[in-house]
Design a protein around this ligand. Structure first.
Ligand SMILES: C[S@@+](CC[C@H](N)C(=O)[O-])C[C@H]1O[C@@H](n2cnc3c(N)ncnc32)[C@H](O)[C@@H]1O
Length: 415
């Protein structure tokens, strides 16, 4: 059923929100102030509509630069001018903190898109008539939109899509693998690092074919579920003064600029601390830079990431870094273990770090720096620290996932 709606504002997921009927109706790709024609979408949420036409456009509307925009679920916003887009994104943080009752200043949004995304996960699926599709998930569905070009990628990912298509074609030829595939590609200093998931055990001849594809596409390394298929060159990244060999599948900030910006903001807030604890350290983008001035202890549950950090820690000129695997949800560091640190950095996954925040709240650590990719769980954990006597300083929102509703932030707590 086709309807006409007026749009109030853009919501925190990037959809236009209409309040015309008294309840919120969500219209992806619509902007505040617009009058739009929409249709109900079969099988979707009853409060969502499909945008058919924009009758009265917001003057801030711009032409999206990607031909896949509107069907590919990778980007939610390419149709809005930079300035209002920045204000909207900062507003997501302002609103979530206010809703949680946190009274603090929010700095202007820091752009950290840089050269673009350095890591992508492509999905390989069979569509109708068993036609292979390799690309990103569609907007609001598990359908895959075949992609051969993505303009938001770092040029260092050049060849990633071709390699992913070639691997998926070989894996699915003669229906050897019919399960959905996830192909993660990371740009490294020595070329592309590819990890394929979902294929299950493979016969040896097929593994040989895959390693030939890896050779043909000049991949640095190809792994399946983290198991080595072929390594031409070690997939390394420079982090500060160190060179880190990436373990397959471990976490990495989405853009080089994002990693560098978060590290700068963290270092500014850590200041002259002599003993620093880096919790949820990953492969060490904070630890390896902070170790130029401070002694570091670092923990993460990903044993591969911790081993990579421990190896890179041997870089000459760095102060000692002690890196150990530890599940910080189940075994957070307790006040006695936190006693000797001048500053703690924590950068948890989307779930946040509730158990660790509770223990930090009981500690006497003078400075705690939080990095977060989820403002809701950050607000929850921040409340625990504040209730424990910490004071929250200005929160800095960082935009490394440009064109999406995802936003990172860095915040300092002091006691
Ligand atoms: C957002 S990433 C940050 C990593 C690193 N600070 C960086 O900037 O690359 C979150 C990290 O938390 C780790 N992690 C997830 N669950 C964990 C847990 N229960 N205990 C400890 N670390 C965990 C992940 O392995 C990942 O490295």
């Amino acid at each position: 059923m086709v309807e006409r709606l007026t749009i109030d504002h853009v919501g925190h997921r990037g959809d236009g929100v209409s309040l015309a009927t008294g309840e919120a109706i969500y219209v992806p790709y619509a902007l505040g102030g617009e009058t739009v024609e929409v249709d109900h979408v079969v099988g979707h949420h009853p409060d969502r509509r499909k945008l058919l036409a924009v009758d009265v456009a917001n003057p801030e509307r711009i032409k999206p630069f990607c031909p896949h925009f509107g069907v590919c679920g990778g980007c939610a916003i390419q149709h809005w001018a930079a300035e209002p887009y920045h204000a909207w994104k900062r507003g997501i943080v302002v609103e979530a903190l206010a809703q949680a009752g946190l009274d603090c200043e929010v700095a202007p949004l820091v752009d950290a898109h840089g050269a673009g995304r350095r890591r992508i996960t492509l999905h390989g699926r069979f569509g109708t008539h068993d036609v292979l599709k390799v690309g990103f998930s569609a907007t609001s569905s598990h359908d895959v939109i075949p992609i051969h070009r993505c303009p938001i990628l770092d040029p260092a990912l050049e060849g990633a899509l071709e390699a992913a298509w070639a691997l998926a074609e070989q894996l699915t030829s003669k229906m050897a693998v019919t399960k959905p595939l996830d192909i993660q590609v990371t740009a490294t200093a020595n070329g592309l690092d590819v990890d394929v998931r979902g294929s299950g055990p493979l016969p040896t001849p097929l593994v040989t074919v895959l390693s030939r594809v890896a050779e043909q596409h000049g991949l640095a390394r190809l792994t399946r579920h983290g198991e080595l298929v072929l390594q031409r060159l070690p997939p390394t990244l420079r982090i500060g003064r160190a060179e880190v060999t990436l373990p397959p599948g471990s976490f990495l900030q989405a853009t080089v600029a994002g990693e560098e910006m978060l590290a700068v903001l963290v270092a500014e807030r850590v200041g002259k601390a002599r003993e620093v604890l880096d919790l949820f350290c990953g492969v060490g983008p904070f630890a390896l830079r902070l170790a130029e001035k401070s002694r570091i202890a670092a923990y993460d549950s990903d044993a591969g990431a911790v081993a990579a950090l421990a190896k890179a820690a041997r870089t000459p000129g760095l102060k000692p870094i002690k890196a150990e695997p530890r599940d910080l949800f189940r075994r957070p560091l307790v006040p006695q273990e936190l006693r000797d640190f001048d500053a703690v950095v924590f950068d948890p996954p989307r779930q946040g770090a509730q158990a660790q925040a509770l223990k930090l709240a009981e500690s006497k650590v003078p400075v705690v720096v939080a990095v977060s990719c989820n403002v809701a769980t950050f607000a929850r954990d921040a409340r625990l620290l504040i209730d424990g006597g910490y004071k929250l300083e200005t929160v800095v929102p960082v935009d490394q996932f440009r064109h999406t509703p995802h936003v990172e932030l860095v915040a300092k707590f002091k006691r």
